[in-house]
Write a protein that binds this ligand. Structure first.
Ligand code: 56B
Length: 306
């Protein structure tokens, strides 16, 4: 994703609230001797998988809703992944395109077996409808057809997703420039790649073009590692759990600098240790560390993108 990589670097070079500390990037790389611990996709054992098109439908719906869990302190990504899995196991038609278009908020809660309104629930419902409608209109109702039409190219798939599904157009304006982060579109590609182990629906000849997924966990891990340094006002806001305004310079810098920092880490590991590491590998390692560290304070932005 050249647009993501280039715009993240552009932000990082002008950033004032967040800095990428290159010395710390080097220290971390040397400490692990270039060996990023391998984390298996679905290390938690919470995702639906049947090796066929229904898995693709599941992952697309999952990533359409894969954002903003923190406003409910008991809710996490795991509930979404395992809730949709259980729903599919009970009823294989639960995620059919026509069904997606008719879910209401209470029905979505019921589907996920969640006892109270979900964060930004109306948007989640709207996005489900959007996915159902566009899948039906352009892809015969199946996310598997969307994936097939990308011809095994991650970049083409992301282009198709962002062209057809406005809810996946994760971008911001920063100092007048358009910044692309495409977190949920990229994570869908990575989920296909991970679930299908690089085969079948998960085969992409350009998987190395994917960057990390700029969420709210990875930046917190990078900060903990000393790689991201926040200015004092931003540090105070995050540590006191104040909300960071969506589209603010602070928010864009946190996300873009995270992408940039991991790109630098990957380049360094590959150069110094002669590896062919992907950003996805680093992402899953950092993310899995982050979700296991309950004490980590992350930035809080109300957003449908992450
Ligand atoms: N960068 C990055 N962000 C990720 C994921 C995943 C899940 N990926 C699956 C793929 C393989 C594994 O087996 C994982 O299960 C979720 N998130 C983000 O985290 C946040 C949720 O946090 P909490 O509220 O604590 O549950 C929220 O923004 C969500 O969008 C990832 O991989 N990378």
């Amino acid at each position: 994703m050249e647009a993501v990589r280039a715009s993240a670097a552009w932000v990082a070079s002008r950033s004032s609230h967040v800095k990428v500390d290159m010395l710390e990037v080097e220290k971390v790389v040397d400490k692990i001797q270039g060996n990023v611990p391998k984390v298996e996709w679905d290390f938690e054992g919470i995702h639906y998988f049947d090796d066929g098109p229904l898995t693709v439908q599941y992952l697309f719906v999952l990533d359409a809703l894969n954002f903003c869990f923190w406003p409910d302190k008991d809710l996490s990504y795991d509930h979404l992944a395992s809730g949709l899995k259980l729903a599919l196991e009970k009823d294989k038609t639960a995620l059919d395109a026509d069904r997606l278009q008719s879910y209401t908020g209470p029905q979505l809660r019921q589907l996920l077996n969640w006892p109270r309104p979900l964060p930004i629930e109306e948007e989640r419902v709207r996005l489900l409808h959007e996915v159902g409608m566009e899948l039906e209109r352009s892809f015969g109702g199946e996310a598997a057809n969307l994936v097939k039409s990308a011809g095994n190219s991650a970049a083409t798939l992301i282009e198709l997703i962002t062209r057809h599904f406005p809810g996946f157009r994760d971008h911001s304006l920063y100092k007048g420039h358009q910044v692309f982060l495409y977190k949920r579109a990229q994570i869908f590609v990575a989920d296909l790649w991970g679930a299908f182990k690089g085969q079948n629906y998960g085969e992409f000849h350009d998987i190395k073009s994917i960057t990390i997924f700029a969420d709210y966990i990875v930046p917190a891990v990078l900060r903990e590692l000393g790689i991201l340094k926040y200015g004092s006002n931003l540090s105070c806001s995050i540590d006191s759990s104040s909300e960071i305004v969506p589209g603010s310079e602070e928010e864009v810098e946190i996300r873009a600098c995270s992408v940039y920092a991991v790109e630098k880490m990957r380049e360094l590991i590959n150069k110094k240790f002669g590896k062919q590491l992907l950003s996805i590998d680093i992402d899953l390692w950092l993310w899995s560390c982050g979700v296991q560290n309950m004490a980590l304070s992350h930035h809080r932005t109300l957003s449908i993108y992450y």
